[in-house]
Design a protein around this ligand. Structure first.
Ligand code: ADP
Ligand code: MG
Length: 275
């Protein structure tokens, strides 16, 4: 459903994405792991054109967009307009939530569909209440982000992404800014979304999620996808030895004990047990 072909991106002459090709099927959950600076965030941001790749092709469903060297890192206003579909159909969830502080939770959820997609307020408001229920915050519709915990704010941000009825959601380290005791509630919501069939691409340091919930794991290093495969294949790969050692004992892979069927129900429990 999502297809990236030969994406490249440089910043100040330094290659940050080096000929990345990737295809993600509908309903697939892909985790991207790897050291800081590997290019993980840039890959997500290039996927929905928050950052413009220097070259390559991005396809989503039936539609496709070719980037070429002549436009190096820029889109004209007309091109920006023509590619709105890519930004709306691939919703993004950020580490820092990025909610509007001066708007209520309900308004935060309604903003995208009413302003960008020009849908009717009445219908959108109804849908927003349903989404708040789904993310477990039905009673917070009229609260402001500052009234909420970090975990609740991130659940609002996930709700806001869902409001766009995206083809896929891209998560960039969604639990990295949270206090340890709040990580579990967000991972639990993400796990539920994954089980409901949502297509998800998740940059994460939460190995419990990468191992227990994803269909596929990509290990990025030096602007490339260095290893990709099932969680067992990737976590058992010798190339990850250094990375795994740095993550420390709690996150280090334990392929022997964790049979795939045992790993899934463990995912949220392991996360809650972190603190
Ligand atoms: P990761 O998410 O894996 O930590 P990033 O994609 O954020 O890595 O960054 C990869 C490299 O690109 C880093 O060296 C970073 O400093 C650089 N980089 C990222 N964004 C920009 C930018 N907007 N301008 C210049 N350099 C950038
Ligand atoms: Mg990053």
């Amino acid at each position: 459903m999502i297809e990236l072909e030969h994406l490249t991106k440089s910043f100040n002459g330094k290659k940050v994405l080096d000929d990345i090709s990737l295809s993600v099927g509908a309903g697939e959950v892909v985790s991207i792991i790897g050291p800081s600076g590997a290019g993980k965030s840039t890959l997500l941001r290039c996927m929905n054109l928050l950052e413009v790749p220097d070259a390559g092709r991005i396809s989503l469903g039936e539609r496709s967009m070719e980037l070429n060297a002549s436009g190096r890192g820029h889109l004209s206003i007309a091109e920006r307009f023509r590619t709105t579909w890519l930004r709306t159909e691939l919703s993004m969830v950020f580490q820092q939530f990025n909610l509007w502080d001066h708007k209520t939770v309900l308004s935060n959820l309604m903003e995208g569909p009413t302003i960008v997609l020009k849908e009717s307020r009445k219908e959108v408001e109804q849908r927003a209440h349903g989404v708040l229920e789904q993310v477990g915050l039905a009673e917070k519709a009229h609260a402001y982000p500052s009234d909420l915990s970090g975990g609740q704010q991130q659940r609002v941000a996930i709700g806001r992404a869902l409001m766009m009825r995206p083809k896929a959601i891209l998560f960039d380290e969604p639990t990295s800014a949270l206090d340890p005791e709040l990580v579990g509630e967000v991972l639990e919501l993400m796990t539920n979304l994954a089980r409901s069939g949502m297509t998800m691409i998740v940059v994460t340091h939460e190995m419990s999620f990468a191992k227990g919930v994803s269909d596929r794991v990509l290990f990025m290093e030096n602007a490339k996808i260095a290893v990709s495969g099932t969680p067992d294949e990737v976590f058992g790969h010798p190339r990850l030895a250094n990375y795994a050692a740095k993550l420390g004992a709690s996150a280090s892979p334990a392929p022997r004990e964790s049979a795939p069927e045992a790993a899934a129900p463990d995912a949220s429990g392991e996360a809650e047990g972190r603190s």
